[in-house]
Write a protein that binds this ligand. Structure first.
Ligand code: PEP
Ligand code: MN
Length: 337
């Protein structure tokens, strides 16, 4: 149930409403919008009727939160969530560009790429140190050494860091080096991991599962938010379909759909979405036109020798020209880069 309080409701009255809801066994979350306090009361509503709550002091209106995701819904939180990370305000007018290698491979590689993407206009450096590889024989990442390199490379060029956390036990380690914790597509429904990042004091980016519906994806965000971490962004990275020419099918439908259902920022990763280098830029341009709040792009200076995802990685020069193009597209949709 959503409870909207009257403008200017004294804090003591608001607290009283929340206490009564908690006493009815409900989880209570609060947000402010348009000068009004909005309270989401979540749980078994058998003990408290909306009509009854409508009569409580301070209550202006009650409304059913009909969707299964509550805190992630625009019904609860009507205005766009903006997440500040270093120089980026993710979800605000400016589109955030996250770029870097699939995997951190070493100092020279990370610094070369970090310098190139920073020069082109990225503000967040991506790079995996713990890699979820389909084959156990493929490169699994440099681990903590990789995180140290990534952090140094980012700091050298004024960038923030995003990196994947694969396991709930790794959360404190990742939080030490990364500004944003990435939940990989394969882990979107790892609820133990979602709960753990829900307690971390770091923004979280949840990649859409390979075969997950938009509702399942938003419920994964809900798992994180229900633990108290509201700094969640979503990343469309392509889903499994019957099509085999491309690595995945980038579901750009998800961008306007999620923007309507939720207040959370939506990032698009066309690199994994399409999997073919020369198709990445067109899909990145389309993502911006569709209303994405940011892009995540794999970039490598020597993709033929990359230890993962070389075939979908842009050369630095291609990345630079892509950023120039999206500046123009951003303007058309009332955004900046
Ligand atoms: C990645 O970002 O390199 C990655 C492994 O992505 P996903 O989880 O979307 O496959
Ligand atoms: Mn990759």
């Amino acid at each position: 149930m959503l409870i909207v309080l009257k403008p200017g409701t004294p804090e003591a009255v608001a607290n009283d409403v929340m206490t009564r809801l908690r006493m009815a066994g409900l989880a209570v979350h609060r947000t402010e919008h348009d000068g009004r306090t909005r309270i989401a009361a979540i749980g078994d509503l058998g003990g408290v009727k909306a009509d009854e709550v409508s009569g409580w002091p301070g209550v202006e209106a009650t409304q059913k939160l009909a969707r299964p995701f509550k805190l992630a819904s625009r019904a609860f939180h009507p205005h766009d969530t903006v997440i500040s990370v270093g120089r980026a305000a993710i979800g605000a007018k400016s589109i955030v560009v996250m770029a870097g290698p699939c995997s951190v491979e070493g100092e020279e590689q990370a610094f070369t790429i970090a310098e190139a993407v920073a020069k082109a206009g990225a503000t967040v450096l991506r790079g995996g140190a713990y890699k979820p590889r389909t084959s156990p024989y493929a490169f699994q990442g440099l681990g903590e050494e990789g995180l140290k390199i990534l952090r140094r490379a980012a700091d050298a060029f004024g960038l923030s860091v995003i990196s994947e956390v694969m396991d709930s036990q790794q959360v404190p380690l990742l939080a030490r080096y990364a500004d944003i914790l990435q939940i990989g597509a394969r882990n979107m429904q790892n609820y133990t991991l979602l709960r753990e990042v829900g307690h971390a004091h770091r923004p979280v980016m949840i990649k859409r599962g390979l075969s997950s519906t938009i509702e399942e994806w938003l419920l994964s965000a809900e798992h994180v938010m229900a633990q108290g971490n509201q700094q969640v962004m979503l990343c469309e990275r392509g889903i499994r379909t019957f099509e085999t020419y491309t690595r995945n099918t980038l579901d750009l439908n998800a961008v306007p759909v999620v923007k309507e259902l939720s207040h959370l920022p939506v990032i698009v990763d066309p690199s994994h979405g399409v999997g073919i280098r020369d198709k990445v830029a067109p899909m990145a341009r389309a993502a911006v036109a569709a209303g994405a709040d940011g892009l995540m792009i794999e970039v490598h200076h020597d993709p033929d020798h990359a230890l993962s995802d070389g075939a979908q990685s842009l050369y630095p020069a291609q990345f630079e020209s892509l950023v120039a193009q999206i500046r123009t597209i951003a303007e058309v949709v009332g955004r900046t880069v």
